[in-house]
Design a binder for this molecule. Structure first.
Ligand SMILES: [Zn+2]
Length: 283
């Protein structure tokens, strides 16, 4: 699958360093000096540096020999990491963060908002899976109970369930993820097989499991791993991810040849990819 950055575009964004920023680091040297008054540096090793800012919290700067751009990454839990190319100084990277700090702040706020939205499951919620549904209903016992009939799952909330309680939502999420995993293990391998056959592609093995940051991956030995959360997406997007991984059995990177083959087999792949980037991993 796309690497982490490409994949969570909502949360993560690579901002390529441009010449203007390199120049800016000299021109705005005085401004950059403020970063030390705004941010408090409290750990510095040869390849790593951590600076704490009042508005965006802790930022980890890490040197990376292979990186060509300064990249700011914000993980789902709001951690900010900055990749610093080997030949770039920490100071230049800090200037860059300083210039982008409004953007970082907005991203962190939007992540927090998303987290709040996640606390929204309650009696009456319907969660769609590929060819199956989960209905959340009021229950009377102390536990979350699940009842399956055909492709429908009923999830009964405990009698004392509180929608606003993070703990209650997390337990519910755990149950939903379990149902998703079970369903994904039943459905996804067959879909992968059909897509592979249709496109004359082959893979060694398939595994379905819960993954945190990727929808799928393909190993050098052509073992395809799929995120069980795919089951909560529309079929168009499932198909895109599975085809994407299958094309990796031929092209291991995301080079020109890779995308050319993806587009040959799925002309609207880019539209689907864009939609996928706007999707949240439901559990
Ligand atoms: Zn990929």
């Amino acid at each position: 699958m796309d690497n982490y950055q490409e994949y969570l575009t909502e949360q993560l964004k690579i901002v390529p360093i441009q010449l203007e920023y390199i120049f800016a680091s000299f021109i705005t040297f005085g401004v950059a000096g403020q970063i030390y008054t705004i941010g408090r540096e409290y750990r510095k090793m040869k390849n790593e540096k951590v600076v704490k800012y009042d508005d965006i919290g802790q930022v980890l700067y890490r040197k990376n020999g292979r990186a060509r751009n300064i990249a700011i990454r914000i993980s789902r839990n709001g951690e900010v990491k900055v990749t610093v190319p080997r030949l770039c100084t920490f100071q230049t990277a800090e200037n860059f963060v300083f210039k982008k700090h409004q953007w970082i702040k907005e991203k962190i706020i939007s992540l927090e908002r998303k987290k709040e939205q996640k606390l929204a499951w309650e009696d009456g919620t319907l969660i769609s899976m590929h060819q199956a549904r989960i209905y959340i209903e009021k229950g009377e016992s102390d536990n979350i109970d699940v009842n399956q009939s055909g492709s429908d799952f009923q999830v009964f909330l405990p009698a004392d369930f509180k929608k606003e309680s993070e703990e209650d939502q997390l337990s519910l999420q755990h149950v939903i993820a379990g149902i998703g995993l079970k369903e994904a293990k039943v459905q996804l391998p067959g879909i992968l097989k059909a897509i592979a056959e249709k496109n004359r592609l082959s893979y060694a093995k398939v595994g379905v499991r819960r993954m945190k940051s990727r929808w799928g991956s393909c190993s050098p030995e052509n073992k395809v791993s799929l995120n069980s959360a795919l089951i909560f997406l529309s079929y168009d997007l499932i198909e895109y991810v599975l085809l994407h991984e299958l094309v990796h059995t031929i092209h291991k990177n995301h080079g020109k040849d890779f995308w050319a083959l993806v587009l040959k087999l799925m002309p609207d792949a880019m539209e689907r990819r864009k939609m996928l980037n706007g999707c949240d991993m439901i559990v």
